[in-house]
Write a protein that binds this ligand. Structure first.
Ligand SMILES: *Cc1c(COP(=O)(O)O)cnc(C)c1O
Length: 367
């Protein structure tokens, strides 16, 4: 049959999401399954967000507020910015698409890193835009090498900070050095999906840069705020950038429940505090256990850890799956002997370690 899809679509790799719990249950007939594969919040949904969404349900016969008025007002107050500095999106995934569509001309290009969030490349290719990946340096974004790659046609640079799947971050010093002498026509996108987990003091939060530089920060309610299923995030940028992006987004891109849930989640300080505590404790536990097993990993400032399991990561993923533990293999990212594990509840973390030990020791016997 004649291929009717646009030519660039053929070269697009499909995004492979973390394996859903329900699918695993169906396929393996296992009752107890834990998912530590998509960096979701293991504590569930903020009770305040739940209440707010219940109240909003009776209004879903109406279209959502296209302006996202209340959520934007709340965000503006919360972040001390103007509502005109905020663009709401159907998760930061959609904002990546909006940014590319808004700013990158047909003959312009995009730069990002190797071993980073795969959506930059997928969405760039769907939009038929050229994207170049620069190798990591010691598991970190190599900003100097990225800067050297900038040419006359470079329009956008995507930096996931912290980076997924490595959990590493570029420091304030490194970022400010990078911004120095960057061509004035280049826009830097800081994807800060995990910012709420940051507990270092040299993190260059995008909110401190968008006023003086061509910087756009992307934020999401999917991770620390526990609302991945709702699909809501936002971009922070100067008013002119935001006004252009507002024209590109669909009028009803964020739904009523998502707007209500996100607004309430911002107020649930207790939930956020528990989320951060659980994450910090879980990482300490993982570090200790992984080191005990002789496994190495880059230190993570996010809610997941990239682990060098010393053998094929896809095999480890599959074997762990048989015990009902879903992690992420790193094949798509080109990291063969690695898996990525999300910090879960204490009980989930202990089960992960128990099963990892089992799976790794078994393969040693076979060897
Ligand atoms: C999870 C993740 C996102 C996706 O966020 P959504 O708001 O759920 O679309 C964006 N960027 C990075 C780096 C992520 O890890």
């Amino acid at each position: 049959m004649k291929q009717l899809a646009r030519r660039n679509i053929a070269s697009v790799a499909s995004y492979v999401p973390g394996k859903p719990i329900e699918e695993t249950k169906r396929q393996l007939r296992l009752k107890e399954i834990i998912k530590l594969a998509s960096n979701e919040n293991p504590l569930g949904v903020s009770p305040k967000a739940k209440e707010a969404m219940k109240k909003a349900i009776s209004g879903v016969n109406r279209y959502p507020d296209s302006l996202g008025f209340y959520l934007k007002e709340k965000l503006a107050e919360f972040l001390r910015v103007n509502t005109g500095n905020v663009v709401l999106g159907n998760g930061s995934d959609e904002l990546i698409d909006i940014v590319i569509k808004t700013f990158v001309e047909e003959d312009e290009n995009i730069i990002t890193s190797d071993v980073t969030f795969l959506e930059y490349e997928i969405i760039a290719k769907v939009n038929n835009r050229k994207i170049t990946r620069v190798p990591l340096k010691y598991f970190k974004y190599d900003l100097e090498a990225i800067k050297r790659k900038i040419d006359k046609k470079t329009k956008l640079i995507f930096i996931a900070n912290p980076n997924n799947p490595t959990g590493t971050y570029v420091t304030k010093y490194e970022f400010e050095d990078f911004l120095r002498n960057i061509p004035s026509g280049v826009i830097v996108v800081l994807d800060e999906a995990y910012e709420a987990f940051i507990d270092v003091d040299d993190f260059p939060s995008g909110i401190n840069y968008f006023r003086k530089h061509n910087v756009i920060a992307l934020k999401t309610f999917s991770k620390a705020y526990g609302l991945a299923g709702l699909r809501i995030g936002y971009a922070l940028a100067n008013q002119e950038f935001c006004a252009s992006m507002e024209k590109v987004r669909q009028p009803f891109n964020t739904n009523s429940l998502a707007q209500a849930g996100a607004l309430a989640a911002l107020d649930d300080k207790d939930f956020l505090r528990r989320t951060k505590e659980n994450n910090a404790d879980g990482k300490i536990y993982f570090y200790r256990q992984l080191s005990g097993l002789g496994l190495s990993y880059p230190s993570s400032v996010a809610n997941f850890i990239l682990v060098d399991v010393g053998k094929d990561g896809v095999t480890v993923f599959k074997e762990m799956l048989n015990y009902g533990v879903i992690v992420r293999d790193m094949k798509q990212y080109g990291l063969k002997n690695f898996i990525r594990v999300t910090v879960g509840t204490k009980k989930e973390n202990e089960r992960f370690i128990k099963i990892l030990k089992k799976v790794l020791s078994k393969s040693e016997v076979i060897k």
